[in-house]
Design a binder for this molecule. Structure first.
Ligand code: PXP
Length: 247
């Protein structure tokens, strides 16, 4: 059996539901504690520039109460860098952000902005954060992430998951094969490999089976599933799928 695969539960969309009405309910912190109890190895939260779900106060409270590591997702802006340096979370994941997008649609263009990103992540690394870069399964981007000094890459699984949902099975299999090859390539450079976006009970197993992948970050599906059966069983089933794929 290969090394245990970590599950990072993304709680952004608990905050989305809270913010639909204003006020404090449902509290993403409560979801984070429940996720910990259900077997999450980490909590992921994305502080967007427009604060559409997670708020600054949420990040502060998560840093105070979590017993598992916080993976702080953020865009490469000065404002976010200052917040990360204030809290020094275990991990910082740099993601592209466009105001008009509904979710993080693609990976970061590291190759095009290599110099800028190298300077951007250096203080985060110096502060002790593990820096992860969210990218497509693309050799050029992986090489660039390695060159700028990132310790981790997170591969965007959205194209693979979309192809599955839309029953484009040839495309799905081709996307999965790219993810497999690029996981191995990144690991061969010494990068730690994570993956996430759009994963469900149907799509997680094949990605979890890649021995180089060390962590999956999953949010929207788990929070949606929690509406029907509760957060704990939703997470426990995902954990079971990951462990079975790894066995
Ligand atoms: N990983 C990263 C870097 C993300 O930006 C997101 C979405 O915020 C996820 C994982 C989780 O994606 P989903 O909510 O679709 O599971």
């Amino acid at each position: 059996m290969s090394e245990k695969l970590r599950l990072g539960v993304n709680i952004d969309h608990v905050a989305t539901v809270r913010n639909a009405r204003g006020g404090a309910y449902p509290d993403p912190l409560r979801a984070a504690k429940l996720a910990e109890e259900a077997g999450a190895d980490g909590i992921t939260a994305h502080l967007r520039e427009d604060r559409r779900h997670i708020s600054d106060a949420d990040i502060e409270r998560l840093m105070d109460v979590l017993s598992v590591p916080l993976n702080f997702e953020m865009a490469a802006t000065d404002e976010m860098q200052a917040i990360a340096l204030l809290h020094k979370p275990h991990a910082v994941c740099i993601v592209p952000e466009k105001r008009e997008e509904r979710t993080t649609e693609g990976g970061l263009e590291v190759a095009r902005e290599e110099n800028k990103l190298a300077h951007f992540i250096a203080p985060l690394r110096d502060a002790g954060c593990r820096v992860s870069i969210f990218i497509a399964a693309d050799r050029r981007q992986i090489e660039a992430a390695h060159r700028i000094g990132a310790q981790v890459i997170e591969l965007h699984t959205g194209a693979y998951c979309d192809a599955h949902v839309e029953e484009r099975f040839e495309d799905r299999d081709a996307e999965l094969e790219s993810l497999r090859e690029m996981s191995a390539f990144a690991a061969s450079l010494g990068l730690e490999v994570h993956a996430g976006h759009g994963l469900t009970y149907d799509t997680t197993g094949p990605v979890a089976a890649f021995p180089e992948v060390r962590e999956l970050n999953i949010g929207h599906f788990l929070i949606g599933e929690a509406i029907f059966r509760g957060l704990r069983p939703a997470i426990e089933e995902m954990r079971g799928i990951m462990d079975a794929a790894r066995a």
